[in-house]
Design a binder for this molecule. Structure first.
Ligand SMILES: *Cc1c(COP(=O)(O)O)cnc(C)c1O
Length: 378
């Protein structure tokens, strides 16, 4: 509890300070590339023949995804707290790369925990972190993936808390992480709202859609529209290859209440409470628990959650690439797959806002592999 209380006090104090907010704003602008454009995807809209589809272009940010918003916020916080060492966990490597970049910018030592299996699957990101001066520690325990990397990061943190800040990568973990990470991503929705007002002449969409791994890019988008009941909010989880436990990461349809990594939330687990294996074609959605605020919002009836299968996400990846000239991250492709289910049925005066959380360069190999295996039939 001691490190959490220290972090909570520091965050609550610093996040209200004008100098902190100004410094973060300038880093987001000049280092990360904010504001990101809001792009009216005309050819995609025409393709479905219904609603106007706007893409929030988080894929254009430095390091290729929304994750840099949170990494910069937390590393700035750590430096203000006088911490000399940063640790992080990473699954696909995107959060590790974002954190390593921010740590390099501040001249702070950085250690990234990564499952040994993920390190083999994501070699390029391991190299990127090394070039940025971070040390990547292979985690050999358990399934040797993200869940196990978080275990190790938490252990390191409680051992070295005097010198170290743990940069958690999504709206997960114990308080203050879920609300702190959300706050660092609120800029996504706030910008989109302003941009809609200018470009579409009204500052709200009829439908806002985002993919949900831990849920940080989704809550960042949703938070600007939560109090506006005209806006329907849909989160899309990884439907994987099937509905059986172990074949997907759809916590809302397949999970039950449990505790993991300090969060009470919906969790994929077996009858004995053992955390279940998960599967998704996109590494960023492949985690057994979901951010607790999403569950609270769903319980209040404010947000809805659904899932897209691997096949639907890969099809959406190809569609956006061909029709708009944008390779989306496979995570973001899950949100695009949901668009395909709504846009054709909505009239042309309706607006669908989609968070394009990241770019797909990192997924080229996965898509080619998927397509090759798919050619032989199901
Ligand atoms: C990590 C990642 C996600 C999933 O994380 P959330 O916390 O749910 O946003 C989604 N998209 C991209 C591109 C990612 O890198």
């Amino acid at each position: 509890m001691a490190p959490l209380s220290e972090l909570e006090r520091a965050y609550d104090k610093l996040s209200r300070k004008r100098s902190f907010r100004k410094r973060l704003e300038s880093l987001l602008r000049d280092f990360a590339g904010r504001p990101t454009p809001l792009y009216l995807a005309e050819r995609l809209s025409d393709h479905f023949g219904g609603a106007k589809i706007y893409l929030k272009r988080e894929d254009l940010l430095h390091t290729g995804a929304h994750k840099i918003n949170n990494a910069l916020g937390q590393v700035l916080l750590a430096s203000e707290m006088g911490k000399r060492r940063i640790i992080a966990e990473t699954g696909a490597g995107q959060h590790g790369v974002a954190t390593a970049s921010a740590a390099a910018l501040f001249g702070i030592e950085c250690v990234v925990y990564m499952g040994e299996k993920d390190m083999r699957r994501q070699r390029v990101n391991v190299e990127r972190m090394g070039l940025l001066g971070a040390e990547v520690v292979a985690v050999d325990a358990g399934a040797r993936t993200l869940k196990d990397a978080i275990n190790e990061a938490l252990r390191d943190w409680v051992t070295n808390v005097r010198t170290t800040h743990y940069v958690l990568g999504s709206v997960l973990g114990p308080d203050p992480y879920p609300r702190m990470v959300r706050d660092f991503h609120r800029v996504i929705g706030l910008e989109a709202k302003k941009q809609l007002k200018k470009q579409a002449k009204r500052d709200w969409p009829d439908l806002a859609i985002a993919c949900v791994g831990g849920g940080s890019n989704a809550i960042g988008l949703f938070s600007a529209f939560l109090s506006d009941s005209r806006v329907r909010l849909i989160g899309v989880e990884a439907g994987g290859t099937g509905a059986a436990l172990g074949e997907h990461a759809a916590r809302f349809s397949g999970g039950s209440v449990g505790v993991l990594h300090g969060t009470k939330t919906l969790l994929l687990q077996d009858g004995d409470g053992q955390v279940a294996a998960t599967h998704s074609v996109s590494a960023g959605l492949d985690y057994p628990a979901v951010g607790p605020e999403h569950v609270a919002l769903r319980d209040r009836g404010r947000t809805e959650y659904t899932s897209a299968t691997d096949a639907e996400a890969v099809a959406a990846f190809h569609l956006l690439s061909r029709i708009e000239g944008i390779l989306p991250a496979l995570e973001s492709a899950h949100a695009l797959a949901e668009v395909a289910k709504h846009a054709p049925r909505l009239s042309k005066d309706k607006i669908v806002l989609v968070n394009l959380s990241g770019r797909g360069d990192k997924d080229v190999e996965s898509v080619m592999e998927y397509d090759q295996n798919d050619q032989g039939g199901e």
